[in-house]
Design a binder for this molecule. Sequence first.
Ligand code: C2E
Ligand code: CA
Ligand code: CA
Length: 282
Amino acid sequence: AKADGRNRWAIFDARRGAEQTLRYDLANQLPAALARQEFFLEYQPLVSLDDGSLRGAEALVRWRHPERGVLSPNLFIPTAEQSGNIVSLGRWVLREACEKAALWQSERADPAYVSVNVSARQCTEGDLVADVVDALKDTGLEPANLQLELTESAVMRSYDRPVEVLRRLAELGVRIVIDDFGIGYSNLAYLRNLPVHGLKLAGSFMAGIRTPEADVVGERIVESVVTLAHAVGISVTAEGVETADQAYRLAALGVDLGQGWHFGRPGRPDRIPVFERDGIHD
Ligand code: C2E
Ligand code: CA
Ligand code: CA
């Protein structure tokens, strides 16, 4: 049994080592892959919990790697953030997402916004404001139809400059939301001083909502986040909504929008109009 255990650790370590090597290789290949246009975006619907209508879609990047197939962002975004390549990749994502969203606007009667993930380094190193101005100008997308998702830690870690960047972005008229709210600083007080339109509850909250592990405390936490957010005029989106029960429960707790497999998996942009039929009433 002891030898078994040691073997398992050896395999585990080898796998970890292999994954580290893969991440490192991918980081080195990223600039060339960007030039060869190996990245593409999938979109996941953001749905109103009031009436099931489509309000927007989050752009999620994937890498069509010539040897390894389609790669998850979890394999290359963290290292791209470390190396600084996230600045150029992020610029491409922003441009591509605005282009697609401008197309939706021309096809839809009611506007849906596109929601783009932004890393801290895009705020501190790149000129995010100039990138956004250019993307909007070149694609003709209305500022109100662009939403930017920043993590709490990105906002908090380098506090001074991001706040200034957020102010300038808000002045442009783009929407700003705090991503993965609740796993970092979980402090609503600072939101009052930021030009933020909403926050996205991290998927980890969903474990407390209408699942086998559901608990009263988990629901109360969500409820109080909603109360506080609404008190300062901020909307709440729940991520990782996987079941109809969760969607109903979240709506009852006052959550404004839902995102997750229950409403639709991330998909190619031509599927976006179909998402309208996947409302919570199905
Ligand atoms: P995120 O911003 O929290 O995005 C949500 C993740 O949850 C996505 O993973 C999505 O596919 C997944 N998801 C959606 N619905 C469900 C559900 O019902 N259940 C569960 N278990 N998961 C669900 P994905 O696409 O693998 O992206 C992972 C992370 O990579 C994102 O997390 C985001 O932090 C990062 N990322 C993706 N695209 C970009 C990008 O363009 N720029 C930057 N900076 N980061 C990105
Ligand atoms: Ca996000
Ligand atoms: Ca998130």
